[in-house]
Design a protein around this ligand. Structure first.
Ligand code: ATP
Ligand code: MG
Length: 256
């Protein structure tokens, strides 16, 4: 269904309003769960606090994430409804530039939503979308019902899972399974951000193009191990928290 709202280019919150429209349209097309709209609202609040920009701190995490994806033998990108609505093209581009698989993985799993998401990804060039229907026949231990289903060719055997906008329980369970976990979460103190190996505290709409660019740039870099090993997730999260605590005016000065 087309949007009823025309967002004026000069509106100070134009970018944020456009993102909302993508989610609302995704909701109407059956991609996004109603709960996904609420989760986005929580993200928006944190985005306001960090100044709606990719901070230098987040850029360090993006670089470490790109290095880890390139170092991994079987990386998988886990896609939920919000991700498919916000950045379908970038999901496919990131998969191509890092050799990662793409798996649909929903908190509120319905067969119909899985298939709508699969179609959107395929329309953007994805070829082998994992985790749809009976393909999600394996399970993540300790999680209940539909939330634990994964594809035995994808997340189950992945060494690194990229799970933007993930729920804390599942991120923790993936770490316990011995996987490296990369997330994008605007809330630096979410359980997801704390449990992950690399947490990018940024809006996923800004992170994805930056992550693709970083992966392309690092492709033949010999120092990927050093880049990843030098990354400290806890202190990176503290850096984002400091920006929030001090307020943007001071943090802007400090960064420039
Ligand atoms: P957790 O379960 O990790 O403790 P939570 O229950 O608050 O956190 P969920 O609702 O499970 O979080 O997932 C939504 C998370 O995604 C929120 O932390 C929110 O800040 C974040 N989020 C939502 N939209 C975006 C976005 N566009 N970019 C980055 N992060 C986002
Ligand atoms: Mg949660």
């Amino acid at each position: 269904m087309p949007s009823h709202i025309t967002i004026p280019e000069n509106h100070p919150r134009a970018e944020s309003l456009r993102t909302r429209e993508l989610l609302v349209s995704g909701f109407r097309r059956g991609l996004v769960a109603a709960e996904g709209l609420i989760a986005h609202g929580r993200g928006e609040a944190f985005d306001y606090l960090i100044g709606e920009r990719t901070t230098d701190i987040a850029r360090i995490a993006i670089r470490a994430a790109a290095a880890l994806l390139l170092l991994s033998k079987r990386p998988v990108i886990s896609v939920n409804g919000n991700m498919a609505a916000l950045c379908p093209k970038e999901i496919v581009q990131l998969a191509e530039s890092t050799g990662a698989g793409i798996e649909v993985n929903l908190f509120y799993r319905t067969n119909e939503r899985e298939r709508v998401i699969q179609k959107v990804l395929e329309a953007h060039g994805a070829r082998n979308v994992l985790g749809v229907g009976p393909d999600a026949s394996a399970s993540i231990p300790e999680l209940s019902s539909e939330r634990r289903r994964v594809d035995p060719r994808g997340i189950l055997v992945a060494d690194t899972v990229f799970v933007p906008l993930e729920d804390g329980d599942r991120a923790e369970a993936l770490v316990r399974m011995g996987k490296k976990v990369i997330t994008v979460d605007l809330n630096p103190i979410s359980r997801t951000a704390k449990a992950s190996n690399v947490s990018i505290v940024d809006n996923v709409t800004r992170t994805m193009p930056a992550l693709i660019e970083s992966a392309v740039r690092l492709k033949n870099n010999k120092d990927l191990h050093t880049i990843y090993n030098n990354f400290d997730n806890a202190s990176n999260i503290d850096g984002s928290l400091e920006i929030i605590r001090k307020g943007n005016l001071i943090a802007d000065k400090k960064e420039s």
